[in-house]
Design a protein around this ligand. Structure first.
Ligand SMILES: Nc1ncnc2c1ncn2[C@@H]1O[C@H](COP(=O)(O)OP(=O)(O)OP(=O)(O)O)[C@@H](O)[C@H]1O
Ligand SMILES: [Mg+2]
Ligand SMILES: [Zn+2]
Length: 453
């Protein structure tokens, strides 16, 4: 009897190893390597036909099918790069419960028509559960065909004679192909299912959405193992305890990955937020200490957000530093710069920082807002509520230039702020914007003095 060959595959990133490893050499995650029987090539695999390939000039290749199909949810459309490309495969990833099924159902309701319905395959929920969601969202379900099925062959077979506008598979981790013995959700299943769907989608010119859960533990293959196969990868992000959701393209073969869509989760589904800055500043009272307004770029859009900080005398020898929506290491670095370069006695202070609304800021352009909020709390002096602050902070306590400063300042002005603190450009000329006072500073200490005046 032939010996069964096995290998160890990381369920997060798909890296392989001939022997067990506690830590994945690919992504560095622990305990994600799972033993898998090496699969023979399935019927979908390459048949041996040599000598049939012909080269052709690119100029003579005709463009197939129709153009992009726009989706009537502009925030979604923007992230797609202007619409759905026929035959393309889009992976929609996100944490469990974040709203993936909700958003695709809303898209389905808008795209389906009598001749070209949307096929929604639910491998996770029953058709009754789907119906309940559709009713709650108030979507018109007339042109949505539903199927509760996990076998990919059955799914593709059921579409015989239908020319769908879109196929949705919810989720890729719960469907399977019969030829592979490993469980649904394993790397080999997830990859093979995606490959089969793709082989069907391309010649039929039907766009496909596959939903994938992002998981931390290694039992179910994360969407990362699919990123290189599909045409576009969109992640729905957000904090489950806040209503805002951000749809972000991390890969897009047919568009920019700079764009994000901003939504709000409501009982009736995801609602587009056309004016994210206004939304994120909605609950701001503006008269307390420890609050500053930062301007962060989400793709090509500037968004104003409130950053809060609290500094209190520490009861223990080792003071706490805790950040929510910000990188804790960045916070620690800023605290160190404030201590050493501005002379603030933060060494015995517990420090907490928070971005309001559940947004995550990774941009250093928000450094100044964090520092100003912290200085405001520490000195117990409020920041002018009609002021925004922009700037990256260097280790020697200097304020560094940020990209797209003009656009950021324009957004600050548009929202009716009277003043904005910016880095003083060394090489570039001054930023100009009518109707707003621009306070340019080179040193962090001066910028803080200007903001807390
Ligand atoms: N009645 C409701 N009112 C407001 N929000 C609701 C209501 N019901 C559900 N939601 C929101 O919808 C979210 C679940 O949405 P959805 O089922 O689309 O998420 P999902 O990403 O597909 O989840 P799963 O990982 O379970 O498939 C909930 O976390 C909640 O925020
Ligand atoms: Mg779901
Ligand atoms: Zn890995």
């Amino acid at each position: 009897m032939p010996k069964v060959r096995t290998s160890w595959i990381c369920q997060q990133c798909g890296a392989t190893s001939p022997a067990y490893l506690g830590r994945c050499p690919g992504c560095g995650e622990w305990h994600t390597m799972v033993e898998t029987i090496e699969e023979r090539a399935g019927p979908g695999g390459a048949a041996r036909r040599v000598g049939r390939a012909t080269l052709q000039p690119l100029a003579q290749v005709t463009r197939q099918g129709q153009d992009r199909v726009p989706v009537q949810i502009s925030e979604f459309n923007r992230v797609l790069g202007g619409g759905l490309v026929p035959g393309s495969m889009v992976l929609i990833g996100g944490d469990p419960g974040i709203g993936k099924s909700t958003i695709v159902l809303q898209v389905a309701a808008l795209l389906g028509s009598k001749d070209h319905p949307v096929v929604y395959v639910s491998a996770e929920e029953s058709v009754h559960q789907l119906k309940m969601r559709a009713e709650r969202l108030g979507v018109n379900s007339e042109h949505i065909l539903v199927l509760a099925e996990t076998d990919v062959a059955e799914i593709l077979g059921s579409m015989e004679g239908i020319d769908p506008a879109l196929l949705i598979v919810d989720s890729i981790q719960t469907v399977m192909v019969g030829e592979i013995t490993s469980a649904a959700g394993s790397v080999s299943q997830v990859r093979e299912c995606t490959a089969r769907l793709m082989q069907w989608a391309k010649p039929n010119d039907v766009p496909v959405f596959v939903i994938g859960h992002v998981t931390k533990e290694g039992t179910i293959a994360g969407p990362r193992v699919l990123e290189h196969m599909v045409d576009a990868v969109l992640y729905l992000e957000g904090d489950r305890f806040h209503q805002y959701r951000i749809l972000r393209a991390v890969k897009n073969r047919f568009g920019s990955t700079d764009e994000v869509g901003v939504f709000e989760m409501a009982g009736t589904g995801l609602r587009e937020i056309m004016n994210p800055s206004e939304a994120f500043l909605e609950e701001r009272t503006g008269d307390g200490t420890g609050s500053a307004v930062a301007v962060t770029m989400e793709g090509t859009r500037p968004i104003l957000v409130e950053v809060q900080a609290l500094s209190t005398t520490s009861a223990y020898g080792l003071p706490r530093r805790s950040a929510n929506g910000l990188d804790t290491n960045r916070l620690q670095l800023l605290v160190a710069v404030l201590q050493k370069r501005v002379g603030m006695g933060l060494g015995t202070q517990d420090i907490y920082a928070n971005v309001v609304g559940g947004l995550r800021i990774i941009e250093p352009a928000a450094d100044l807002a964090i520092a100003v909020a912290l200085a405001s709390s520490f000195r117990n002096v409020p920041v002018d509520p009609k002021m925004a602050v922009i700037g990256e902070i260097g280790l020697s306590g200097e304020l560094r230039m940020v990209n797209q400063l003009d656009r950021r300042v324009m957004e600050v002005s548009r929202l009716g702020f009277g003043r904005v603190v910016v880095p003083e450009g060394v090489r570039r000329g001054a930023v100009r914007q009518d109707g707003i006072e621009i306070i340019a500073r080179r040193q962090l200490a001066d910028a803080i003095d200007a903001a807390l005046a």
